[in-house]
Design a protein around this ligand. Structure first.
Ligand SMILES: [Zn+2]
Ligand SMILES: [Zn+2]
Length: 137
C-alpha cells in the first residue's frame, strides 16, 4: 500500500465508497493504469461503479495533483499515483510494462542553454525503452 489514500485523507478529500475504490485501485508502486483498466479493477470491488464515475474521479485526482497523466504514444493515457517524486519511465516495447525510474542527474539540466532556443524550460520527460525480462528472447 503506497500513500495515495493517506494523502487524500490528509487533504480532507471526501472519500465516498466510489472514490475510495478508484484510489485503492491506483495505490501502489509502479502503477500506470489506463482508465479502462481502473474501471475493470474497480468493478471487481464495487460492481455498480460506472465508467463515468471512474473517469470523473480520475479527472479530479489529476486536478488535485495527486495523480499524473502519462501520455503513452498513441495508446490510451495512463494514470500514475507517483505524483510527488520526480521520476521518468522505463517502458517495455514488448508487453508495455512501465517502471518508475530515476536517472542520475537532472534531465532538465541536461539541456544546454544553446539548445533551449530562448525558452524558459520547466519540465523534462524522458522515456527509456527496451525489453523487460519476461519479453527478452
Ligand atoms: Zn515486457
Ligand atoms: Zn510513473
Amino acid at each position: 500500500m503506497s500513500d495515495l489514500l493517506e494523502r487524500l485523507r490528509a487533504r480532507g478529500w471526501r472519500l465516498t465508497s466510489q472514490r475510495r475504490v478508484v484510489a485503492e485501485v491506483l495505490d501502489g508502486e509502479h502503477v500506470h493504469l489506463t482508465a479502462d483498466e481502473v474501471h475493470a479493477r474497480a468493478t471487481t470491488r464495487l460492481p455498480e461503479i460506472s465508467r463515468a464515475t471512474v473517469y470523473n474521479t480520475l479527472g479530479e485526482l489529476v486536478a488535485l495533483g495527486e495523480v499524473l497523466e502519462v501520455a503513452a504514444d498513441g495508446r490510451a493515457k495512463r494514470y500514475d499515483p507517483n505524483a510527488h517524486r520526480a521520476h521518468q519511465h522505463l517502458i517495455c516495447s514488448g508487453c508495455g510494462a512501465i517502471r518508475d525510474v530515476q536517472p542520475q542527474g537532472d534531465p532538465l539540466a541536461a539541456l544546454p542553454a544553446a539548445e533551449r532556443f530562448g525558452f524558459t524550460v520547466t519540465a523534462a520527460e524522458v522515456t527509456y525503452r527496451g525489453l523487460c525480462p519476461n519479453c527478452r528472447p
